[in-house]
Design a protein around this ligand. Structure first.
Ligand SMILES: [Zn+2]
Length: 146
């Protein structure tokens, strides 16, 4: 009797273990799909003037210990910029310059909205890096998918 019980308990325990492991493996994607898929929740930043998609919250990056920076240009104009790894609908204008660069050893090129040509900020390049410094008041943050 005892022999047959222990014999039975083996196949009963094994499927339970497998089921448990399988559940754990799919637990990670389940966290994200609880509400909505991640991409639907991403905030987009659109051009204040023409509403075209410029970048997304997920592209925010930290440069010199901060995402946001406030700078003066040589004419005394103040710009509050946010740093982004990626931007769309952003066209560089002119050639890169190193004059009065706000980031050490980086050159900058002004970027404008490809739709309405509003000045949106600058693309900075150097030290094997490239990022956009976008003027935050030129952008509007909206919810929703692309
Ligand atoms: Zn625009």
């Amino acid at each position: 009797m005892q022999h047959s019980l222990s014999h039975l308990s083996v196949p009963q325990t094994l499927p339970l273990l497998f089921r448990h492991r399988k559940k754990q493996r799919i637990a990670v994607p389940h966290v994200y799909s609880d509400d909505q898929p991640v991409y639907r929740r991403q905030k987009r930043l659109i051009c204040k003037t023409c509403s075209c998609h410029i970048t997304s919250a997920e592209h925010r990056t930290v440069i010199d210990q901060s995402h946001r920076h406030t700078f003066f240009n040589p004419s005394g104009a103040v710009f509050e910029i946010g740093c982004f790894r990626q931007a769309y609908s952003c066209n560089p204008v002119g050639r890169p310059s190193s004059e009065f660069s706000w980031f050490a050893s980086m050159v900058w090129t002004p970027v404008v909205c490809s739709e309405c040509l509003s000045h949106l900020g600058w693309v900075f390049e150097g030290n094997s890096r490239r990022f956009y410094g976008l003027i935050l008041k030129q952008l509007v943050e909206v919810e929703g998918q692309e």
